[in-house]
Design a protein around this ligand. Structure first.
Ligand code: CTP
Length: 402
């Protein structure tokens, strides 16, 4: 993708060099535009060296504009497939929200037809000012995306909101625009369950499992990048991915309630969560005291979220489940598919801890037509993209067969 990276005058401008480098490493072409104030924080030489492209904007040594034989702002506006402004000051937000164009970056922002993404950074008082918030609301109404700043200790010494978002999060928000949109999934609403559930015994003890939730989170990203609108119902501690409505839950019952609230409006469900099958019959309000000798814990079944939603589905809704098996994978998964009435089951081999944690993994899709070619072994982010592509092709085939 061809990206214009606009850099305006804030201390966080030095972080844009790292972003430029990351984007180039991901295979993008990046041209930087420095505002005059931006050029006081970072040099054009740094940016052009990192990107291998000219750095545009004011010449900081002479305080002048570059020679402009070819209507530079229009050429750049046309060249861009995405314009990202990182960091964005209150000044550039105000200009762009009101259609002001007084330098190269603001003229490119006005002239371009490419998507625009803002990553603001400023003092907390400035960030919270109604004028800045109104400008952001206006930019959002143009269809622009905003990667909100985080909270922390700012360069001015104050503590609060206004710190530039993590570079990895900004890169992720940019990456969404680069991913191809898939026909059967773009604009569709997909509910994804992920992570372990936690069933409390008392205020300090709980029953849970070894799932991290990373596969479900990667699937949420891959469906989002393919153009779907994702609702992620997430157990465990992983951070919510950018641009995904994430509903945090603890127990199986909370997960079911969150899924049921989204299900009527959804086109599909991917149940990637490792749901605890049992919970303690009693949850003690105070920390339980140990007794002498052996003790008995009475467990009761939790609701099966996947089976409950599959049983309540409309004919136009699709449902994918997971199976974690340590033996007779395909037979067990095929039985699960039938019993729960699913469109597909993705089978994990969990023998010897495989499928948990960061290592490469393989998933074998099972559908009513039988077992399909295994996907992987791949790292989880690539495996998630492979699953989404496989499912998109199946949906297309199912649509054309109707
Ligand atoms: N699932 C669910 N709610 C539960 C249990 C499981 O939604 N209470 C979903 C999981 O997210 C996964 C699939 O069902 O998609 C797994 O099915 P399950 O029969 O629970 O498989 P295993 O956990 O492997 O259980 P078993 O011990 O029966 O093999």
């Amino acid at each position: 993708m061809q990206i214009i990276l606009g850099i305006t005058g804030g201390v966080a401008a030095y972080k844009s060099a790292e972003l430029a480098r990351l984007l180039v490493n991901q295979g993008h072409r990046v041209r930087c535009i420095l505002t005059e104030a931006g050029a006081r924080f970072i040099t054009p030489l740094t940016l052009s060296s990192l990107t291998g492209e000219p750095c545009y904007g004011a010449n900081p040594d002479q305080g002048e504009w570059r020679a402009n034989p070819s209507i530079e702002h229009i050429e750049l506006a046309r060249w861009a497939e995405l314009v990202a402004v990182v960091p964005a000051t209150a000044n550039i937000l105000g200009k762009a929200a009101n259609g002001l164009a007084s330098d190269l970056l603001s003229t490119v922002l006005l002239a371009t037809r490419a998507p625009v993404l803002w990553a603001p950074a400023m003092n907390t008082g400035m960030w919270e000012h109604p004028a800045v918030q109104a400008n952001l609301a206006r930019l959002r109404s143009f269809g622009h995306a905003v990667v909100e700043p985080g909270a922390g200790i700012l360069a001015c010494g104050e503590e609060g909101a206004g710190k530039l978002a993590e570079i990895a999060v900004i890169a992720e928000a940019i990456q969404i625009h680069a991913a191809p949109k898939l026909r059967s999934l773009a604009g569709r609403r997909v509910v994804i369950t992920s992570g372990p559930t936690r069933e409390d015994l008392d205020p300090v003890r709980l029953l849970t499992n070894r799932s991290t939730g990373s596969m479900g989170v990667e699937l949420a990203r891959a469906f989002r990048d393919a153009g779907a609108s994702v609702q992620l119902v997430l157990g465990g501690d992983l951070p919510a991915p950018w641009g995904i409505e994430t509903i945090r839950v603890r127990s199986a019952e909370q997960m079911l309630a969150a899924c049921q609230a989204c299900w009527a409006d959804a086109d599909g469900l991917v149940a990637a969560a490792a749901v605890a099958d049992q919970r303690p019959e009693q949850t003690a309000a105070e920390k339980a005291k140990k007794g002498e000798g052996s003790e008995t814990l009475v467990l009761v079944r939790t609701p099966d979220i996947l089976a409950t939603l599959a049983a309540a589905r409309r004919p136009d809704q699709w449902v994918i489940g997971f199976a974690a098996e340590s033996e007779h994978h395909l037979e067990h998964a095929a039985a699960k598919l039938k019993k729960k009435g699913l469109d597909a089951v993705l089978v994990n081999d969990v023998q010897a801890g495989r499928a948990f944690g960061p290592q490469a993994n393989t998933l074998t899709p099972i559908t009513p037509q039988g077992a399909h070619h295994p996907l992987g072994p791949l790292p989880k982010d690539q495996l998630a993209r492979a699953v989404v592509q496989w499912w998109d092709q199946r949906l297309e085939a199912m649509d054309s067969g109707r």
